[in-house]
Design a protein around this ligand. Structure first.
Ligand SMILES: O=P(O)(O)OC[C@H]1O[C@H](OP(=O)(O)OP(=O)(O)O)[C@H](O)[C@@H]1O
Ligand SMILES: O=c1[nH]c(=O)c2nc[nH]c2[nH]1
Ligand SMILES: [Mg+2]
Length: 159
């Protein structure tokens, strides 16, 4: 699927991401997980932050690729795990169409699956998420952005 379907951008700063992950952790504080399975690569950073908040030291990965920047291709599963997810927390940064989540759910049907952000089409695939984002929005994560100079408005208007 091509990037034409994204008409808006939803920008997430490091601060915002950290706050969002901590809020999600508050909602999971009573749970006792054996460990975390992070879906690479996007799930790695939320997984590290969650591991710190919930004091989880055992972390595994499912390695999977679906997008080349904003273009969705076929799923390339490079590494799985050897259990069904019972007692484990499964973490990704977001769910969009739900294609990645559907494939990982098949591998780990009993894991508790969380994402920080969820778009409507993929939302039913996860057990818990923090923030809903419109389907036509591309979520811009802080690791994909940099700090750049912005011209003053008056100068922009002259052009
Ligand atoms: O719900 P979907 O439409 O399947 O999209 C969601 C997936 O896409 C992104 O991963 P991507 O394949 O871009 O790899 P990355 O995590 O390495 O950036 C994101 O991190 C999710 O894993
Ligand atoms: O950085 C990203 N932002 C998104 O909105 C998205 N959807 C699928 N994969 C994505 N990656
Ligand atoms: Mg990913």
């Amino acid at each position: 699927m091509s990037s034409d379907r994204y008409h808006q951008h939803f920008f997430v700063s490091w601060d915002q991401l950290h706050r969002d992950v901590r809020t999600l952790c508050h909602q999971m504080i009573e749970r006792d997980f054996k460990g975390i399975v992070a879906i690479t690569r996007g799930g790695l950073i939320p997984a590290a932050l969650i591991a710190r908040e919930l004091n989880i030291r055992l972390i595994d990965t499912v390695c999977i690729k679906s997008y080349d920047h904003m273009d969705q291709g076929g799923l390339d599963i490079m590494k799985g795990v050897d259990h069904d997810g019972e007692g484990w927390l499964l973490v990704d940064d977001l769910v969009d169409t739900g294609k990645t989540a559907r494939a990982v759910r098949k591998m780990l049907p009993n894991a508790h699956f969380v994402t920080i952000y969820a778009k409507p089409d993929g939302r039913p695939m996860v057990d818990q998420y923090l923030t809903e984002v419109a389907q036509q929005c591309w979520i811009q994560f802080p690791w994909d952005m940099g700090v750049a100079y912005v011209e003053p408005l008056v100068d922009q208007m002259k052009r």
